[in-house]
Design a protein around this ligand. Structure first.
Ligand code: NAI
Ligand code: MG
Length: 336
């Protein structure tokens, strides 16, 4: 059976890392067909729209998209395309694995293997009630947390733990201070956790969690939290394992899922053919898991790990002098 996915080649280094990623997926025999659609600056230049309807239609039809970074033009009136996609498809789960790989300039090279599951649609980032008083002296924002939003994200985290053989879910909150909002999240999280007796569940207050992540990251397995905390924690975790070049992310909803690298379009190195393709490749591995192709995802991750271990094709961000294409070829050659 062939699965068709929507592919957004994106801006800046986007097309370079996407071409490399698709070559590796083809070498893997993933059996995917690609429908190429546009978004971001490249789409704007061609069609006058940052997010053309044809792109939305393709994602709605295929339900799975692999997306390179997009450049949002600087200036008034351009809102984030990533936020627009999350809203349009109700992509409520932002899933960001952070795994130690060799030769990545990480401070914790050996023992980090965790996934942050961030609620992606509500809380402080929903933008409700944003107001600045006329004299500019007072600003307000409504933080809304719902039972439905909390329940589906916590359930997603526990189901992910079950599906991937993970043992523990850490619920991160600030219910001691944010008694209403974080309090509701924690209450619902406890109710959901009780339905998964085989998975250990612990609770951590967000500030303590940050300290623990830096001091003993190996204690974490799956972390689930609200939007704002998840944004910060997931970047902290990317930093633990060596930064942007290795951090993938997925935005998942009931009807669609978009897989990507966490980094941006890197205009400073665009067109030079030296971008590190690993983050997008790891995003593609997440996508294969989502498509229930765990064996293929495992082979892809093993080949990436082996190539980082061999350190013969590393791109400049990892201290090497290799190219995007060379890196991808080396990974493809190591697919078991
Ligand atoms: P950036 O992530 O593009 O670049 C930050 C630094 O990391 C740069 O020095 C860059 O060269 C380096 N870098 C990033 N990815 C790399 C890779 N794969 N290999 C080697 N080096 C890499 O962040 P920046 O400069 O803040 O943003 C540039 C553009 O990207 C902006 O227009 C921004 O809006 C957009 N952006 C898009 C995102 C998305 O579509 N998901 C996410 C973040 C930013
Ligand atoms: Mg962020």
């Amino acid at each position: 059976m062939t699965t068709t996915i929507a592919v957004i080649r994106g801006d800046g280094i986007g097309p370079e890392i996407m071409d490399a990623t698709l070559q590796v997926l083809d070498a893997l025999g993933a059996g995917l067909r690609y429908e190429f659609v546009e978004a971001g600056l490249s789409a704007y230049e061609k069609t006058g729209e940052l997010l053309p309807q044809a792109t939305l239609d393709a994602i709605a039809q295929h339900r799975v998209a692999l997306k390179s970074p997009l450049t949002t033009p600087v200036g008034e009136g351009f809102s984030s395309i990533n936020v627009a996609l999350r809203r349009r498809f109700d992509l409520y789960a932002n899933v960001r694995p952070a795994v130690s790989f060799p030769n990545t300039r990480s401070r914790f090279a050996q023992n980090v293997d965790l996934i942050t599951v961030r609620e992606n649609t509500e809380g402080a980032y929903a933008g409700e009630g944003q107001q600045v008083s006329e004299d500019g002296a007072t600003a307000t924002l409504i933080q809304k947390i719902t039972r439905r939003g909390s329940e589906r994200i916590v359930r997603y985290a526990f189901d992910l733990a079950v599906r991937t053989g993970r043992r523990k879910v850490t619920v991160v909150h600030k219910a001691n201070i944010l008694k209403s909002t974080s309090g509701l999240f924690l209450k619902v999280a406890r109710e959901v956790a009780a339905q998964y007796p085989a998975i250990e569940c612990n609770e951590l207050i967000v500030d303590n969690c940050c300290m623990q992540l830096v001091m003993r990251p190996e204690q974490f397995d799956v972390i689930v939290t609200t939007n704002l905390f998840g944004d910060i924690i997931s970047d902290l975790c990317a930093g633990l394992v060596g930064g942007l070049g290795l951090a993938p992310g997925a935005n998942i909803g009931a009807d669609a899922a978009i897989f990507e690298a966490v980094h941006g379009s890197a205009p400073d190195i665009a067109g030079k053919g030296i971008a590190n393709p690993c983050a997008l490749l790891l995003g593609a591995a997440q996508m294969l898991d989502h498509l229930q192709q765990a064996a293929l995802a495992g082979r892809l991750r093993d080949a990436i790990r082996a190539t980082l271990e061999a350190a013969d094709s590393l791109t400049p961000d990892l201290g090497g002098s290799g190219t995007t294409q060379g890196f991808a070829r080396a990974i493809a050659a190591r697919l078991g």
